[in-house]
Design a protein around this ligand. Structure first.
Ligand code: MSP
Length: 535
C-alpha cells in the first residue's frame, strides 16, 4: 500500500539541485530533473498537492571566470544561460512550479536574514583558511582527496588551487553531536543506504568548521557584516531552496517562505554533492533554529557507452539534441526504466532505441493498435458495458491487473522506477501473449462473440491501467492512449488528479471502456538512429 508518510502528509515538496550556469545544461542535470518530475507526478497521481522546485546557482568563482572568458558581465552571462535551462525543462515536459535564480533580489533578502540568525547564534567567526580549492566543485579539498598532481577526482581537467586567505567560518564542529543524534533518530534521512554509511563515516571522523566567505571575489552577495567578503556560493545556493518556497506576491522573509511547504520532503541530488546536503545544510538549519528537510536521496552518475563523460573526452550527451530527435517520453522512459535510481547508469544510443522501440512502440503501442483494430472490425468500436466483475477470476490479465496499481504506486513511493516499469510491462506482455494464445479472430469466426468481447475488454482495460500507471514517466503517450480509449484525462494538466478525485483509475476492472473512435491511429512511432534516416 501507499506508505504512511504519504497517507498522512498530503503535501509533497521536492527539489532538484540548483544547477550551475557556467554552461548549458548537461545530461546529468537533465537526468535529475526528469527523475524529480516523475516523483512529483507520481505524488500528484496519489492526490498529493505537490511542489517541484528547480533552478540555477549563479554565483561563485566558476561563473565569474566563465563570464570573464566570454568578456561579458556575469549577470549577462547568467541571463543568457538561464533560458537554455528553462527551455530544456519545457522540452522534457518538466512540470516544475518554481524556478529559482540565486541572483534574485528576494533571495538576497532571505540570505541576509538567515545569515543574521546564524551570526546571532555565535556560529560565524573570522579565521585564516589555507588549503586546496577546486573551483569546479567550489569546494576546499583535503590533500588526500586529490591526485598526486593536485587534480580533484571529479574534475580531471582542472587543477585545484592553493589558497591562503582570511575567511569567515561556520562553526560546523558545534553540530557534531546534534547531527549524529539527528541521523540516528531519522534513519531514512540519507538514501540510499550505501550513501548514508559514507556520510556517517565522514561525520565520525570529526567535523571541521568550513569557510563561508571568499575574498577577492565580487560575484556574490557581500557578507552583511563585512563587505570585503563575499558569501560562499554553497552557503548562498542551499538557501535557494527556501527562497523558492515564497509565493510571487508574498513579502520576502523567512517566516513567509517557511509557512506552507517547510520542511521540504525530498532533496534529489547527485552523489557528488551529498556532503553539502546531508551534513552542511542540516547544520546550517539547526543553527538558524529550523528543522532540516525530511530526506536527501543521492543518485548515481551517468556514463556514455561505458565511459566517464567529459568535454575533453568529446563524449558528452547533449540533452537538447536527444529530446529534439526522439521526443520527451522516449528519453524519460529510457532513463527511468534502464537506471536503477541510486546506481550509476549508462547511456548508449543503440540500446536506447532498442529499449524504447521494444517497450513503447511494439509491446505497448502495437498492442493498443491491434486491439482497437479488432474492436472496430468486430464490434464497430464499442463494447457492451463490461467491467472487471464480469471477467472470470482466473483470467490471466485479471490476476496480474488486480493489485498492480497498489504495487506500482508503492514502487513509485520507494523511488523504484525500474521496478514500477517492470511490473507494468509484465501486464503488457501478458496481454500480447493472451491475444496470441486465445486468437480472438478465430473465435469471432466461430461466432463466439461474448468470448471475444471478454478478451478485448480485459486487454483494453489492462492497457488503460498501464497507461495510467506509466503517466508520471510518459505523460504525453499516456494521454494519447487514454484519448484513444475514449477518456478525456490530460496527464499534463497538473490538476488532473482533482478532476479524477473519485479515483478508480489505478484499479483494474473498475472502468468500462467506452471508446468511441472510428479508426485507431498509432500512438508511438518507432525511433530510428539518425544515420538510418539518411540511408
Ligand atoms: N550548483 C551545485 C548545486 C547546488 S544545490 C543547492 C551543483 N551544480 S552542478 O550543475 O554542478 O551539478 C548539478 C547536478 O548534476 C549534481 O547533482 C551532480 O551530481 C549532477 N551531475 C553532474 N555530472 C553528472 C553525471 N555525469 N551523471 C549524473 N549526474 C551528474 O553542483
Amino acid at each position: 500500500m501507499i506508505d504512511n508518510e504519504t497517507e498522512k502528509n498530503k503535501k509533497f515538496a521536492l527539489t532538484t539541485p540548483l544547477y550551475y550556469v557556467n554552461n548549458v545544461p548537461h545530461i546529468g542535470s537533465a537526468y535529475t530533473t526528469m527523475v524529480a518530475d516523475v516523483i512529483a507526478r507520481s505524488k500528484r497521481l496519489q492526490g498529493n498537492s505537490t511542489l517541484l522546485i528547480t533552478g540555477v546557482d549563479e554565483h561563485g568563482q566558476k561563473i565569474q571566470r566563465t563570464a570573464e572568458k566570454k568578456g561579458i558581465p556575469p549577470q549577462k552571462h547568467c541571463d543568457e544561460i538561464v533560458s537554455s535551462f528553462k527551455s530544456l525543462w519545457q522540452k522534457l515536459n518538466i512540470s516544475n512550479h518554481r524556478f529559482i535564480r540565486t541572483t534574485s533580489s528576494t533571495h538576497h533578502i532571505l540570505v541576509k536574514e538567515f545569515f543574521k540568525k546564524v551570526w546571532d547564534q555565535g556560529d560565524i567567526y573570522l579565521d585564516r583558511q589555507q588549503g586546496w580549492y577546486c573551483v569546479a566543485c567550489e569546494e576546499f579539498k583535503d590533500k588526500r582527496e586529490l591526485t598526486a598532481d593536485n587534480y580533484c577526482p571529479i574534475h580531471t581537467n582542472l587543477k585545484a588551487e592553493w589558497r591562503d586567505e582570511e575567511n569567515y567560518f561556520f562553526r560546523l564542529s558545534k553540530y557534531q553531536k546534534i547531527l549524529e543524534n539527528f541521523y540516528q533518530e531519522n534513519p531514512d534521512f540519507i538514501q540510499p543506504e550505501s550513501r548514508k554509511n559514507e556520510i556517517l563515516n565522514f561525520v565520525k571522523q570529526g567535523l571541521k568548521d568550513f569557510s563561508i566567505s571568499r575574498i577577492n571575489l565580487d560575484w556574490g552577495f557581500p557578507i552583511p557584516t563585512d563587505a570585503n567578503h563575499t558569501i560562499y556560493v554553497w552557503f548562498d545556493a542551499l538557501l535557494g531552496y527556501v527562497t523558492a518556497l515564497l509565493d510571487e506576491d508574498q513579502e520576502a522573509n523567512l517566516d513567509n517562505a517557511l509557512k506552507k511547504w517547510w520542511p521540504i520532503n525530498l532533496h534529489l541530488i547527485g552523489k557528488d554533492i551529498l556532503r553539502f546536503h546531508a551534513v552542511y545544510w542540516p547544520a546550517m538549519l539547526f543553527s538558524a533554529g529550523l528543522t532540516p528537510s525530511n530526506k536527501v536521496f543521492a543518485h548515481g552518475f551517468l556514463t556514455k557507452d561505458g565511459q566517464k563523460m567529459g568535454k575533453s573526452l568529446g563524449n558528452t550527451v547533449d540533452p537538447v539534441a536527444l529530446v529534439e530527435s526522439y521526443g520527451a517520453d522516449a528519453v524519460r522512459y529510457y532513463f527511468l526504466k534502464e537506471i536503477e535510481l541510486g546506481r550509476d547508469g549508462d547511456f548508449n544510443e543503440t540500446r536506447f532505441i532498442n529499449v524504447v522501440n521494444a517497450d513503447l512502440a511494439n509491446d505497448l503501442g502495437n498492442l493498443l493498435n491491434r486491439t482497437l483494430g479488432m474492436l472496430n472490425k468486430y464490434f464497430k468500436g464499442s463494447l457492451s458495458n463490461l467491467t472487471g466483475t464480469d471477467i472470470p477470476e482466473d483470467n490471466p490479465l485479471k490476476i496480474i491487473g488486480l493489485n498492480l496499481g497498489d504495487r506500482v504506486l508503492e514502487a513509485y513511493n520507494l523511488l523504484k522506477f525500474s521496478q514500477a516499469c517492470l511490473e507494468i510491462f509484465t501486464l503488457i506482455r501478458a496481454c500480447n501473449k493472451y491475444i496470441d494464445d486465445s486468437a480472438p479472430w478465430s473465435l469471432f469466426k466461430q461466432d463466439r462473440k461474448s468470448e471475444v468481447e471478454t478478451i478485448l475488454y480485459t486487454v483494453l482495460e489492462s492497457i488503460r491501467l498501464s497507461a495510467y500507471l506509466l503517466s508520471p514517466i510518459i505523460p504525453t503517450l499516456s494521454t494519447n492512449i487514454y484519448k484513444q480509449l475514449g477518456f478525456s484525462i490530460d496527464f499534463n494538466n497538473l490538476n488532473f488528479h482533482l478532476i479524477s478525485q473519485d479515483n478508480l483509475h489505478h484499479q483494474w476492472g473498475k472502468l468500462s471502456i467506452n471508446q468511441n473512435l472510428n479508426k485507431p491511429s498509432p500512438v508511438f512511432s518507432k525511433l530510428e538512429l539518425p544515420s538510418e534516416n539518411t540511408q
